[in-house]
Ligand binder design. Structure first.
Ligand code: GLV
Length: 322
């Protein structure tokens, strides 16, 4: 009998894929860091029992059909699943697995890094030093925002949102949050106030951090009008998904000084970044690095390999979604 084939859509260290071969599966891995085109994905997926995909590979009905009826599992190397047509997977009996929990701390650390860098204007400081134009300490140079006593508004107090809130508490921030239902169990240790109305949360957030999934309902959750509900001088941090924010409206709100700064790890049309953002001094721009630590990426790989092996053995892993 030929071994079941697992198609991995991107170059990954051998050690991270090794458990698949150890389980007797045939691993076919793409050799590049850049995404394959949809047509290349469809060709390579044909006949696979498992697809190990990345967050910038669209898993749609056409890809599932190209893989064929032998496809049993799609493992995404991400916690977010907005690139996957979950209903199409369900219809075809394909199990979807993702990588929750193991990336919570790394992503929360990055959100804090962006928050601190935006609040203390580190990119402007770095550019000033690098330019050779720094003439020395000055009383009013690059004055930033102090975090103690300020309110962090958290949109989505899930695993990552709560981890960011815990870190912000250590910096003396107050926490308020919004999501569909209150989570008193999570909120109590953070002394976090629940706002049932997103707009009420915006009005009281000195810093807003986004931790909502991208769905048709959350696309442009922060549109031009809502961005203006944030207090003048507020900061925005987005480590969730770019399309949660209307990027053109964000540029306007930053450009006219309504917002004092932003720390962004995600963009509406990655890897394209709105040229207006690139031209602004008071934004911190990271290239989607939320889970990018060696430990976290290794743990994510282990979750994917274990889940693929489990599904192909007829088991249902804990990180299965559909
Ligand atoms: C990163 O954005 C992820 O969804 O894991």
């Amino acid at each position: 009998m030929t071994a079941a084939r697992v198609f991995v859509t991107r170059r990954l260290p051998d050690a991270w894929r090794a458990p698949l071969a150890e389980a007797g599966l045939a691993v076919d891995a793409a050799g590049a860091d850049d995404p394959l085109t949809p047509a290349e994905l469809r060709t390579r997926a044909a006949g696979a029992a498992a697809l190990w995909v990345q967050l910038n590979d669209a898993v749609d009905a056409a890809l599932l059909d190209a893989a064929g009826p032998g496809l049993r599992v799609v493992a995404t190397y991400s916690v977010g699943t907005n690139h996957i047509d979950l209903a199409a997977c369900r219809e075809r009996g394909v199990v979807v697995v993702h990588t929750p929990d193991v990336l919570t701390d790394a992503t929360a650390d990055l959100a804090m890094a962006l928050l601190l860098a935006a609040a203390r204007r580190l990119p402007e400081g770095q550019r000033l030093v690098e330019s050779g134009g720094w003439t020395g300490w000055a009383p009013t140079q690059l004055l930033g925002v102090e975090l103690r006593g300020r309110t962090l508004g958290v949109v989505g107090l899930g695993r990552i949102g709560a981890a960011v809130a815990r870190r912000a508490r250590a910096f003396g921030m107050r926490i308020a949050y919004h999501q569909r239902r209150a989570r008193p169990d999570v909120a109590a240790p953070l002394e976090a106030d629940y706002e049932a109305d997103l707009e009420a949360l915006l009005a009281r957030s000195d810093v807003l951090t986004l931790h909502a999934p991208l769905t048709p309902d959350t696309r442009h959750l922060l549109d031009a009008r809502r961005l203006r509900l944030l207090p003048r001088g507020a900061l925005l941090v987005n480590t969730a998904r770019g399309p949660l924010v209307d990027e053109a409206a964000l540029v306007d709100a930053l450009r006219d000084g309504h917002l004092a700064g932003a720390g962004l790890d995600v963009y509406e049309e990655e890897p394209r970044v709105h040229p207006g953002l690139l031209a602004l001094p008071h934004v911190v721009l990271a290239p989607h690095l939320g889970s990018a630590t060696v430990d976290t990426r290794r743990a994510m790989a282990r979750l994917c390999t274990d889940a693929i092996v489990a599904v192909l053995r007829g088991e249902r892993p804990a990180n299965a979604l559909a």
